[in-house]
Design a protein around this ligand. Structure first.
Ligand code: PEP
Ligand code: MG
Length: 888
């Protein structure tokens, strides 16, 4: 029989050593904390396997599960000495979700479960606090009605406001026991009205309702969106954690808080966090009350008055600090912790590896390796390569003039400018039209996830550094300023007011997530300087990686950026981009529209010096490194004139009439250009184009070698080859040019002629093609398109649905379809190497910068990956991680 329930706490640890895959992150770590003797309220975890089963089997609970849950409850009762549903001494539990990886705020939680009309009196007696008991009961009804019964929660909020108004109160804390009891009556009536049945009084019904709701929340729309954005597979499911309640809202000696063992924004080695006296956990995260600092240093740095926990509860704080150190040593990583103090007694509710900004991730990994807590290689494995993106982007120009409107909390670093928008729908709609937007909200909730994703930055008026907005923005790498208290937002009127000034929807604002500043207008930015921890970690990564990393670049500036980021060569220089220059496009059009070889050659002769100049500059920047130059690839009609004036320009340059030009342009029209007259088919039909390009390459290479002594290593690449003969014909053209140029220049140079593998046929016939080709570069953009039969330009319309329905795990144009396209690559590698054992193998499709695809390139034994310049560091780190994984 499969076991589904794992108990923890009170000296028991059923899940000891079991995985997060089974217990979920939260469950595994609760068990972990309990097993090292930390004060964890007793409870049990229902495994993720049960979630999958429950959702697959029509949402029913088996008898086996019921029996296991009963044993779990008995365990909690045994440890606490309380009984579930006992009117004299009632046990209350929390029911929380917990997937393998944390999905903050995406799934459901129910607190104070086990309260009913009878047990509320027992709670009043055992706690000695009737007000607390009735407040807990009304909180429970409110939460249960929202999460489990799915009733509209506005009515509950309204009823509370009315109750306060009737009594002339301003704050919840002014409500008395009798007031809360009255509100419980109102809430129960409201439930009956909205739900058609009385609020469930049977505590076991309550529990099963909550378990079902938590499992069900895995399928909620917001959870699905979150999974899609974060590449989390739908089949993982969530665990459910049922745990004895402890209360941070039992008066002034009680508190609740969240903490990080190091600063999650900057990475400094300092405890970091917030707490609230006399409150329940959700109050901190929800950002409803502004929390107090954990440490005195942090409070003083912020110039805040309310005492820090270190000052207000020194003994408990000291105990907590010891727990922080213990947890860091145990998990060997920075921890994100939730705790509660119930009448002076510390309880640990959660620990997990803390989310952090990219710069904090770097600093923490490097520091921990230097402290001896982890090895250099572990440090390399710790930093998410994709997160480096955050570091490689601009910050505000320190010399720029700023019109500062206000300052909030620096919740997630990076600077962003855009049009202020006040709801997530508008954010998404305007972003889809290509506009940069800043999402401005009083506070965000999980429903805002799509708007936050669409926005360039997020600004909130309420909430601390651990509020929903802050946590999610950091995870997404979006700049965020939270808790900007002087901002008053009128979302209906689409306006915010700050100290007498107004910002309307569409007005441009800038936020700086590193300083917390909010500015009017667009403030210029500067490129990041990468040094310090970044350099150290990259150095460690370079020591372990096997794959070389090159860049896709075609301008000297991009080549320089790539080289500065550590590129070891150019893996793809797309020559067509050079043809669009204003000076050249007329010549290119003249070449295309010519109806004879002589006409084409006349234009190509004029293009030659231009191309040679391009290659000269690139070779100079990349001196001594390999540079792969791809000969012309796109269908010629992409260069054709569209506007009247463009036709007139070509007519004037060629002497051919506009009408004749139009006819020729119409002749070039293709129904399916991606599969049409493009790639090496251009070179086969018009060899003079490739002749000119090859000549330009060799002339430039000889010039640079003569001048600088650092000979470039040109690798001439033929695109869209499907047969050996195509490549052979093109190689003859290229070799002839090399020979001619070397003779003219009185010198020789090493060079290679190779091909892209972009067609399934090329992959299958790799053995033959390798007889001619000296290298293969996998053009996985086209190879994905041609293997899947999915147009890379039109896939957007249906790909999201395909990913949602689990047809593709992720977008195959972003992350390689390893099963399909990957198999073709493996075939080509094996067959190519059989013919030519030392054939050079690389990848230059977009996948060359994607960590998961890079891992595949490592296991397949490619020699290098090539990525866009800004992704070069990501590729270096991902290559190192792949090498480490392969070693194990
Ligand atoms: C490719 O197809 O993967 C490739 C790199 O070429 P392009 O994107 O220019 O077609
Ligand atoms: Mg291609």
């Amino acid at each position: 029989m499969t076991k589904y329930v794992y108990r923890f706490g009170g000296g028991v640890s059923d899940g000891h050593g079991l995985s997060k895959e089974l217990l979920g992150g939260k469950g595994a770590n609760l068990d972990g904390m309990a097993s090292i003797g930390l004060p964890v309220p007793p409870g049990f975890t229902i495994s993720t396997e049960m979630c999958t089963r429950y959702l697959d089997e029509g949402q029913a609970f088996s008898d086996d599960l019921r029996a296991e849950v009963a044993a779990g409850l008995a365990h909690i009762e045994g440890v606490t000495g309380k009984a579930f549903g006992d009117p004299a001494n009632p046990l209350l539990v929390s029911v929380r979700s917990g997937a393998r990886v944390s999905m903050p705020g995406m799934m459901d939680t129910v607190l104070n479960l086990g309260l009913n009309d009878d047990t509320v009196a027992g709670l009043a007696t055992t706690s000695g606090d009737a007000r607390f008991a009735w407040d807990s009961y009304r909180r429970f009804i409110q939460m249960y009605s929202d999460v489990v019964l799915e009733l509209d929660h506005d009515g509950f909020e309204e009823a509370l406001e009315i109750a306060k108004e009737d009594n002339g109160y301003f704050l919840d804390t002014e409500m008395t026991a009798a007031d809360w009891q009255g509100l419980v009556g109102t809430y129960k009536a409201l439930v009956e009205k909205l739900w058609g049945k009385p609020f469930p009084q049977d505590v076991h019904d309550q529990l099963w309702g909550a378990i079902g709701a938590v499992f069900g929340s895995w399928q909620s729309e917001r959870a699905k969106v979150y999974r899609r954005l974060n590449g989390i597979p739908h089949h993982w499911g969530t665990a459910v954690n049922v745990q004895a309640m402890v209360f941070g809202n039992m008066g002034e000696t009680s508190a609740t808080g969240v903490a990080f063992t190091r600063d999650p924004a900057k990475g400094d080695r300092a405890y970091y966090g917030e707490f609230l006296i006399n409150a329940q956990g959700e109050d901190v995260v929800a950002g409803i009350r502004t929390p107090q600092y954990l440490t005195r240093t942090a409070r003083e740095a912020a110039g805040a008055k309310p005492l820090s926990m270190e000052e207000a509860m020194p003994e408990t704080y000291a105990e907590l600090a010891k727990v922080f150190d213990l947890l860091e040593t145990h998990y060997r990583d920075m921890q994100d912790i939730e705790f509660t103090v119930e009448r002076g007694k510390l309880w640990m509710l959660q620990t997990r590896s803390g989310k952090r900004t990219a710069s904090a991730a770097l600093k923490i990994a490097v520091d921990m390796a230097n402290e001896g807590l982890i090895t250099e290689e572990e440090a390399v494995a710790r930093v998410d390569p994709a997160a480096l993106d955050q570091l490689l982007h601009p910050t505000l120009d320190p010399t720029a003039v700023r019109d500062v409107l206000t300052r909030g909390l620096p919740a997630s670093p990076g600077a962003a400018s855009g049009a202020a928008v006040f709801d997530s729908e508008t954010a998404q709609n305007r972003a889809e039209l290509g506009e940069s937007v800043i999402l401005v909200r009083t506070e965000t909730s999980p429903e805002d996830i799509h708007g936050m994703h669409a926005a360039k930055g997020i600004l909130t008026a309420r909430g601390g550094m651990t509020s929903h907005a802050a946590v999610v923005a950091r995870g997404m790498g979006r700049p965020c300023v939270s808790g900007a208290g002087t901002v008053s937002i009128d979302a209906k009127a689409r306006v915010m007011r700050i100290a007498g000034r107004e910002v309307k929807e569409g007005d441009i604002i800038t936020i700086d997530g590193a300083s917390g500043e909010v500015m009017l207008g667009e403030v210029p930015t500067v490129q990041p300087v990468l040094a310090g921890d970044f350099g150290v970690l990259m150095g460690w990564a370079d020591k372990v990686r096997r794959l070389r990393v090159r860049a896709n670049a075609e301008t000297p500036l991009d080549c320089r950026t790539a080289r500065d980021f550590g590129a070891e060569g150019i893996g793809l220089c797309r020559t067509e981009h050079m043809f669009f220059d204003a000076k050249r496009i007329t010549l290119v059009r003249q070449m295309i529209l010519a109806d004879s070889e002589a006409g084409r050659r006349a234009a190509l002769d004029k293009l030659l010096p231009e191309q040679r100049a391009d290659f000269t500059q690139i070779f100079e920047v990349m001196a001594g490194l390999p540079v792969t130059i791809r000969l012309l690839d796109p269908p010629l009609h992409e260069f054709l004139p569209h506007e009247e004036t463009e036709f007139a320009d070509v007519a004037e340059a060629t002497g051919i009439g506009v009408e004749a030009l139009r006819r020729r342009a119409a002749e070039l029209h293709e129904f399916n250009p991606m599969l049409g007259h493009r790639g090496c088919r251009l070179g086969v039909t018009y060899p003079e184009i490739y002749e000119m390009q090859a000549r330009a390459i060799f002339e430039a290479a000889c010039d640079v070698a003569d001048k600088s002594g650092a000979a470039p290593i040109p690798e001439v690449m033929i695109p869209l080859v499907g047969t050996r003969r195509e490549l052979e014909l093109m190689k003859i053209v290229v070799d002839a040019q090399a020979k001619a140029v070397f003779a003219e220049k009185g010198r020789t140079l090493d060079y290679l002629v190779g091909t892209m593998i972009e067609l399934p046929r090329a992959a299958l016939k790799a053995a033959e093609i390798a007889e001619v080709g000296e290298f293969f570069s996998f053009g996985t953009n086209d190879l994905t398109q041609t293997t899947l039969g999915v147009s890379r330009d039109d896939a957007g319309r249906f790909l999201t649905t395909y990913v949602d329905k689990g047809i593709y795990a992720t977008d195959p144009f972003v992350s390689l379809d390893i099963e399909g396209v990957g198999e073709l690559i493996e075939i080509a590698v094996e067959r190519g190497r059989k013919t030519r054992p030392n054939i050079k193998l690389g990848i230059c499709g977009e996948h060359g910068g994607d960590p998961a695809s890079i891992a595949f390139c490592e296991t397949t034994g490619l020699d290098y990956v090539s990525a866009s310049p800004y992704r070069v560091p990501i590729a270096r780190l991902a290559a190192a991680q792949a090498a480490l994984k392969n070693r194990r």
